[in-house]
Write a protein that binds this ligand. Structure first.
Ligand code: IMP
Ligand code: MG
Length: 183
């Protein structure tokens, strides 16, 4: 299969992801018991993590979706965020948890956090499946993190390269020739 052939190495297999997501779900369930939780899926990268995490959250919650794209190249973001789909409902006075695929430079989430903070939620936290702390360019850390990973470009389980590979059930490192081939 062409898609799997493009992967140099599986970094996080399906079982490892599911086991970690279960633990995160339990932590979040405890932290938000009795609160007015809204979980926000950042499209499109967080879609797999969001769907799995949500099923491991035992406290009642609302779901909302936000589409963002940041200006910049395919493998690096500028952190300037454009909203392509805004939330459907107000988050005023709600306990909001942003669900994102990966924190890299941190610029995207830093910007998004400021934007959502201005809508005056009761609380605002971030859950990321992956974190590359070495790459950070601003002062931000996820409140919940699935895995800390080295500074390598990964795809799968929602993460893409040029719109592809999101449907891989694991997180893997792309063979360098895949992105060197294409301009
Ligand atoms: P940041 O603003 O640099 O933290 O970038 C975050 C966004 O960049 C993520 O939501 C991803 O869309 C993208 N990104 C960063 N690193 C990777 C990666 O290794 N694979 C795929 N996308 C990535
Ligand atoms: Mg993304």
């Amino acid at each position: 299969m062409r898609m799997h052939d493009d992967i140099a190495e599986v970094l996080l297999g399906e079982e490892a992801i599911q086991a970690r997501v279960k633990v995160l779900g339990e932590e979040i369930s405890k932290a938000y018991t009795g609160r007015d939780l809204v979980i926000i899926c950042i499209l499109k990268g967080a879609v797999m993590f969001f769907a799995d995490l949500a099923r491991n959250i035992a406290t009642p919650c609302e779901m909302d979706f936000m589409g963002i794209s940041s200006y910049g190249g395919q493998m690096k973001t500028s952190g300037i965020v454009r909203i392509s789909k805004d939330l459907d409902r107000s988050i005023f006075n709600k306990d909001v948890l942003i669900i994102e695929d990966i924190m890299d430079s941190g610029l995207t989430l830093n910007h998004l956090k400021q934007l959502l903070q201005s809508r005056n939620p009761r609380s605002l936290r971030i859950a990321c499946l992956l974190d590359k702390p070495e790459r950070r360019e601003c002062d931000i850390t996820p409140d919940y993190c699935g895995f800390i990973i080295p500074d390598r470009f990964v795809v799968g389980y929602g993460l893409d390269y040029d719109g592809q590979y999101r449907n891989l059930p694991y997180v893997g490192v792309l063979k360098p020739d895949v992105y060197e081939e294409r301009p």
